[in-house]
Design a protein around this ligand. Structure first.
Ligand SMILES: [Zn+2]
Ligand SMILES: [Zn+2]
Length: 267
């Protein structure tokens, strides 16, 4: 089974436009995928309101209309959304509770000051202090819950590199272990996110030693996604994710249907 459980369409403000859900499904069929999740952004802010989605109501409605169940002979399309900062405001819980989804991705993009990690001025910041605050926020998000897949825990590594500073979690494995413990205890699927393949790292995340540690600690649920924002990047890196998963001893990927986990053999 070839899966890609994290991708964006034109509903996401940072994705290629135009790029309809129908276009995306077609591109995934062409790419030979068997199961996909359409997971556009909706980020909640502490200061109130949302961002990163052009029309959350229409997005939720259309993705549910366009879902295709398994066993129809063609591609399976899961209706999802990538919700940023579910712990930031009760509005986030209300949104998830009042819309039907197969899968909800829980992401931490913005820190408590509502600034996306991507836009932080890392050359002029205490990066050690930042990373501890990041892990604190990630743990709060996990504790809060309301989602199925824990997205890209290595997101800061993608965007913190500057000058001679090479970001790494190597000196933060105690914090990573806290995150993995909570992930396992809450039943989230830890995401292998392929976006790093297009960045400075040139490889999918999280770093492989984190995957080993997750397995050693008893982790069983993983998710796999390209985090594609354009039509020509569906499935990009998902084979690398599968390779890493198998190498770490995982034999199945977790797919959520109507928010219930199902283990699907990786090969
Ligand atoms: Zn994300
Ligand atoms: Zn995404």
């Amino acid at each position: 089974m070839r899966v890609d459980l994290h991708m964006h369409t034109e509903y996401s403000a940072d994705a290629q436009y135009p790029q309809s859900i129908d276009d995306k499904i077609h591109a995934c069929e062409q790419a030979g995928l068997d199961i996909i999740g359409i997971t556009d952004h909706l980020d909640f802010l502490r200061s109130g309101g949302t961002r990163d989605n052009r029309d959350p109501e229409a997005c939720a409605r259309e993705v549910w209309e366009k879902r295709r169940p398994a066993g129809n002979g063609g591609i399976e399309v899961l209706a999802g959304m990538e919700i940023g900062q579910l712990h930031a405001t009760p509005d986030a819980d209300d949104f998830v509770r009042t819309h039907p989804f197969d899968m909800v991705i829980g992401s931490l993009h913005a820190m408590p000051n509502d600034l996306d990690i991507y836009f932080h001025d890392f050359p002029n910041m205490d990066c050690d202090k930042f990373l501890h605050e990041y892990f604190d926020q990630l743990l709060l998000l996990e504790e809060h819950g309301g989602f199925d897949v824990l997205a890209h825990i290595d997101y800061p590594l993608r965007v913190m590199k500057h000058g001679d500073y090479i970001p790494s979690f190597d000196n933060y494995m105690d914090r990573v272990q806290q995150v993995l413990r909570s992930c396992i205890d809450h039943g989230y699927a830890l995401e292998l996110n392929a976006a790093g393949i297009a960045g400075w790292q040139k490889k999918v995340g999280p770093p492989q030693d984190i995957l080993y540690e997750y397995k050693r600690m008893g982790g069983e649920r993983i998710s796999i996604g390209s985090d594609s924002h354009t039509l020509d990047t569906v499935a990009r890196g998902v084979d690398d994710c599968v390779k890493n998963a198998l190498d770490a001893g995982f034999t199945h990927v977790t797919v959520f249907r109507e928010r219930k986990p199902v283990q699907i053999a990786l090969k």
